[in-house]
Design a protein. Sequence first.
Length: 93
Amino acid sequence: MKHRNENRVSVPFKVNVAKIELSLQEPLIELTSDEITRAKSKDEKYNIWKTTDIATKYPLLWDKVQGDLQLSLTSIEPNLKKFVKKHQPQGSH
């Protein structure tokens, strides 16, 4: 079974660097090697992605994380059966 955080940059200290996009590997290694950031991240209230210096230092990671976070913000599951029932196929023109 694949670990959920294995390739998610939004959890930088748990991600498997070898499993992420090649262009993100070097900045992620730099980020996770930063001892100050690592120490701060141990505080559960601290979110490294809410700090402007991280966005400035690691723009590629920041862009990727924004996408990851947008996907995880909602807990709403689409009701596909309801959607399919309401779908009206178009007739020929």
